[in-house]
Design a binder for this molecule. Structure first.
Ligand code: HAX
Length: 425
């Protein structure tokens, strides 16, 4: 196990002490009040979760342990995992040590591939990812130690071990799913000389003569790493983990939520939308044509994928990072040019409609166009990339939850009858 464990073991007592002190002094203070509207409305705005790894500021976007995401775009994903978990970026030696740990695992056993290959061809790659992770659950050290009578203060340790094991295997698992799902040929074994993101790109097996696709993958993995803890996948992972289900069960559960069209699947929908525009106009339409297309989309009752957000109220900096990458490397690509023009047109359209609280692009508005450009054209696979990246946040949140002794999740529910009686309706 890498030096991460040693470092975390020094930080945990301090964190626990801090929480106990805060609970002692302020345990009865009110954090948030909940209206019936909020209860019905997906708990929007109700402050009711603790999250150490990141915060989402409505105007500034994702901030990982104090670092705005836009300042992390040149970092490796494994550096970002280190940051999420420990609250500091690794030095050179620390990064090398962690990378060495990630590379120390044997390739996945054949039974995993047999399970995945036995699934019918129309199985969605996200279902394959979730099943693949569950197929690895037998590796859980947390479950084994729990069965042996592990004590609560020690929970974080095997949770960390499981998290790093799962993280180490995810690129191989996810790349294998791509190869099986697309029928592109044999599985590609991991190359121990490559970094975590570079290895994932390599195992997908797409031509990448200049290494730009690998750069895009690293960027993609950094940008999707975490989004505090109230989003569907993070909260689901937390809830499942709070029952002391291990990291495999918890992350698989969270990723099932990421597979929904209003969450992670939006990047698949977003590219389908771009392709539809490209096909209809046989290229890049004028801004006026785009505006009309968007108005027609809204009129038909559909949302404009890649726009709007539950928390953000400005252009998502993760969109900005992808947009910058596209302007630099794919400015001539017609699909990317449609992304660029939509950015100019959609906010005005959504403001005109007057419904969306944020008319600006989110992370899903541009990423698909870049993947398409580099030959990753199977857009039903895109959420898997998102899932591999988001696993970094889900896993670091799980480790921290076990470290601070977070209890089983159990809010109180009420019936409509209770609502009527209580409000005298
Ligand atoms: N196009 C059309 N209408 C939109 C819209 C969009 N892009 N975004 C919001 N609206 C509408 C909502 O559908 C809602 O309409 P109703 O009142 O008729 O139900 C109204 O505006 C208010 O919604 P909101 O409060 O602004 O947004 P929510 O917090 O309810 O939902 C969503 C946030 C991201 C789900 C929403 O903006 C949406 O559906 N966007 C398109 C899908 C998308 O891009 N999803 C990816 C989000 C990023 C993410 O989590 N990735 O994992």
């Amino acid at each position: 196990m890498s030096k991460i464990k040693e470092k975390l073991s020094h930080k945990i007592p301090q964190l626990r002490e801090e929480i106990q002190e805060l609970l002692k002094n302020y345990g009865d203070k009110v954090v948030s009040e909940v209206t019936f509207q909020q209860m019905f409305g997906g708990m929007r705005g109700v402050k009711s979760l603790l999250c150490e790894t990141s915060i989402v500021d409505p105007d500034k976007g994702l901030i990982v342990r104090g670092h705005p995401i836009i300042e992390l775009v040149d970092r490796l994903p494994e550096e970002v995992f280190y940051l999420l978990l420990l609250g500091e970026l690794p030095g050179k030696a620390e990064l090398e040590d962690f990378q060495k740990t990630l590379k120390s695992y044997d390739p996945l056993e054949d039974y995993v591939w047999k399970v995945l290959k036995a699934l019918p061809k129309d199985t969605h790659p996200m279902a394959m990812l979730s099943i693949g992770i569950l197929a690895l659950e037998r590796k859980s050290i947390f479950r084994k130690k729990y069965d042996e009578g592990m004590h609560k203060p020690d929970y974080w340790d095997p949770m960390l071990e499981d998290s790093i094991t799962l993280l180490a295997h995810l690129p191989e698992l996810a790349a294998g799913i791509y190869r099986i799902h697309t029928g592109k040929g044999d599985l590609i074994k991991p190359d121990k000389n490559l970094d975590w993101g570079g290895n994932y790109a390599y195992m997908l097996g797409l031509p990448d003569p200049k290494g730009r696709f690998a750069d895009l993958m690293r960027l993609y993995l950094v940008l999707h790493c975490d989004h505090e803890s109230g989003n569907v996948s993070a909260m689901t992972t937390h809830v499942v983990g709070s029952a002391l289900s291990d990291a495999y069960y918890s992350v698989s559960g969270g990723l099932n939520g990421l597979a929904g069209p209003l969450h992670g699947l939006a990047n698949q929908e977003s590219l389908a939308f771009l392709r539809e525009i490209h096909d209809k106009f046989k290229g890049v339409p004028s801004d006026e044509q785009l505006k009309q297309f968007c108005l027609d989309t809204l009129k038909s009752g559909k949302v404009i994928p890649g726009y709007g957000h539950a928390v953000l109220r400005q252009t998502d900096p993760r969109f900005t990072a992808f947009h910058n990458f596209g302007l630099k490397h794919c400015g001539h690509d017609e699909i990317f040019r449609i992304v660029d023009r939509l950015f100019a047109v959609v906010p005005g359209v959504l403001i005109g409609q007057g419904k969306a609280k944020s008319p600006y692009p989110n992370v899903d508005a541009g990423s698909g166009a870049l993947l398409w450009h580099y030959g990753l054209k199977e857009f039903d696979y895109y959420t898997v990339l998102f899932g591999v990246s988001r696993a970094m946040g889900l896993l670091s949140q799980l480790v921290i939850s076990r470290a601070i002794g977070a209890p089983i999740f159990r809010p109180k529910s009420v019936s409509l009858d209770w609502v009527k009686k209580t409000f005298g309706a």
